[in-house]
Design a protein around this ligand. Structure first.
Ligand SMILES: [Zn+2]
Length: 131
């Protein structure tokens, strides 16, 4: 499997039906139990979100590109100007009790990003100007 591109967060894939999908996250990565296998969560151009076992992923999907955008995978990208840093405690939400999630991504603005755990929009607590 070493030569096979793995579905990482933000990477783009084409399904053999021709549609474009973006990987949102991989679930169960810490699991050691066979009843919770690693599962790819991904989103189509029309916004629908799906999941599929990682072990079954490459049967239907062809790697297209790495990337950071989570939304509108068909949209034109402006240059990424900012490295935004986000932190979410999932406070008061379904995911409360989960570890605090911190992540960074590059954007053309100091935009909000959605927490990959509780899916709430988070303002960056810090933005580094890349120019
Ligand atoms: Zn959250």
């Amino acid at each position: 499997m070493a030569d096979v591109q793995q579905p990482t967060e933000g990477s783009k894939w084409t399904h053999h039906n021709g549609n474009l999908y973006v990987v949102l996250l991989l679930a169960n990565q810490a699991s050691t139990k066979p009843e919770y296998p690693v599962t790819v969560v991904y989103q189509g151009n029309n916004g629908n979100i799906w999941s599929r076992l990682l072990s079954d992923w490459h049967r239907s999907f062809t790697f297209l590109a790495l990337g950071t955008p989570r939304y509108n995978p068909g949209e034109e990208q402006e240059g990424d100007r900012y490295l935004n840093h986000y932190r979410c405690t999932h406070e008061g939400r379904m995911a409360q009790g989960q570890p605090v999630r911190e992540w960074s991504s590059t954007w053309s603005c100091t935009c909000n990003d959605k927490c990959p755990v509780c899916n709430v929009e988070i303002e960056p607590y810090q933005s580094d100007d890349l120019e």
